[in-house]
Design a protein around this ligand. Sequence first.
Ligand SMILES: [Zn+2]
Length: 340
Amino acid sequence: MSKKDVMDIGNIQLNNDIDTRQKIFKFYNSYETCKAIKKCMLGSYTDKCDGKIIKAHSISKKNGLSRISARNKNGVEVVGQFKKGNTTTLNPYEQNYIEQYVPIESASTFNGLCKKHDNDLFKLIDESENIVLNDKTVYEYVLRCSIYYWYERMSNRICADKRRKKFNHRIFDKLYFNIMNSENALERDVKYLISNINNVRNKIYYKAYEINGNLNIAGNFFEYDGTTVMYTILIPNIYKSYVLMACIRDNNFFEVDKNFRFFNSKDTEEFQLALSELLLQSTTIKHYYFNHDKWVNIGKEKQESILNWIYLDDIDKSIDMNNRNRIMNMPNFVKIMIDT
Ligand SMILES: [Zn+2]
C-alpha cells in the first residue's frame, strides 16, 4: 500500500461538506465500535436466546471497570479511553487522538448477546468478590473475549464490505478478506468453547503474569497468526493485577508455546514495553479502558507522547511502514499507569 492510495481516499471525502463528512465518519464508526448490528452471537449454538439484545459488557463491570474507575464531578463512575478526535475524516494524516472519560455503564459494551446469554455465561467472573484464575474462570474470560471479537470482526467485515462497494478501492478488498479470515477463526473457537461448556477442565492453554499493584488498565485483545487465535486479557485489581494469555486446546502445544510472548520477556521493563506496544496501536485503543484520574495526573508531557505515538502508529499502518521509532521512543505506557 502506498501513501498515494491513502490520499486518494482522503480526496473522495474532501468533495463533501463538513456535515456530510461527519455523517460518513459516524456511519463507519458505529460498525467499528460494535453498535451498528444487533445480534446474539450464540443464537444457533446453544440453548435458545431469551430477552432482547442488550448492551453486553466485554469487560466485567464489577471485576474490571469498577476496579479502575474514578468519579466525575457529577459523581458518575467513569473510566478513561483513547479515541479519534477528528470526526470529519477517514484520513489518518488529518486525524488526532484524545482521551475521554466514559461512564462504566456504557464502557466496553457491544450489541452481540441477548440478556439470557449475557447473564448466564459469565457468572463466576462477574459475581466473585476476588479475582481467581482457574480452569473455570479462565474459560469464562476466554469465552467472553472470543464472542466479543467474533462479533467485532463480523461488524468490521460488514463495514469493510460497505466501504469497498462505496469507494471501489482495492485496499478495502484486502481488508475485507483479512477480517473474514480472523472472523472465521474466532467463530471456530466460540463453537469449540460452547461445545465443551459442561466440562471446561483442560480445554484451554493459559499463562498468567502477575503485576504487583493496580495496572489501572482493563481490556481484551486477540491476535491471529493464521493458525491460532491468542487471547490477552488484562485484569486489574488494587494490590495485584494479571495479564492472562490463553488459547483453546484445539491447537498444538509446541506451536502455541512460542505465542506466549510476554512470558518470554527477560525482565520487567521488557515485559512492560511489549504490553505497551500492544496497547498503543490505533486499532487497539477501542478495546481497553483505564483509570481516568491516573491519566489526568501523569502530566501533559507524558500524555502528549502517548497520544503522538498512537497517531504515528495510525499513519504507519496506513502506509505499511514502520517510521515511528525513527521519530520518537515508544512511551512505557504500562509503567506510567501502574500504581505500586
Ligand atoms: Zn442469546
